[in-house]
Design a protein around this ligand. Sequence first.
Ligand SMILES: [Zn+2]
Length: 229
Amino acid sequence: MRKISCDIVKDILPLYYDNVCSSDTKKIVEEHLSECDSCKDELNRIQVDIIIPKEAIEKNREDSNAIKNISSFWKRSKAKSFITGAIITAILFLLIFVGYIGLFNWNIISVSTDVVKITNVSELTDGRIAYHVELTDGYALNTIKFDMDKNGNFYLTPLRPVIKKKVQSLNGFENNYDFFDIKSQELNRDGAEIKALYFGTPKDNILIWKRGMNLPKASQEIEKMFDYE
Ligand SMILES: [Zn+2]
């Protein structure tokens, strides 16, 4: 079999690759390929070109560039993202915490007088006013806010958080005697005279005492209850 040149082999290679040449040609090409690396490379190049068309190679390059861009963007913004994430997380936790405290412990809801009973208002020997408070709805009373307006109206405002709790003990804040010391409250407020005492808010209240009102004397039992000397 005679030798043929690389140029001829390279011309035939596409036909050889597509398997459309005669068996003689095939033999010649194979014989040549077994001895010629250059033509073997050319055959490989044809295979690669056909398996991965040029367009695909281009697209692949674009994709890989895009991935590189994203990854470098990610690397650049990673630290920034981490800090932002940490700040957002901290803010969320703070909001949840504040929300929890706010809903369960922030006393902002005044108790309606519909569920308040003020009874046994009396005057102790030292002038303090004693009274019994009962909250009839079964929920705890968290705090009582003291307020006085310009006209000398003093408000004892019972407050609860948004989410109220059931009463724990029967004789707690919600069903008990309490007292109010007009004189010391006046001293606390630069001597401003208290003219009336209310349980509730300026809009919704129960009058406990008003100047000029004659309260009954407190019983011995109540006197003892508030005798701190
Ligand atoms: Zn060759």
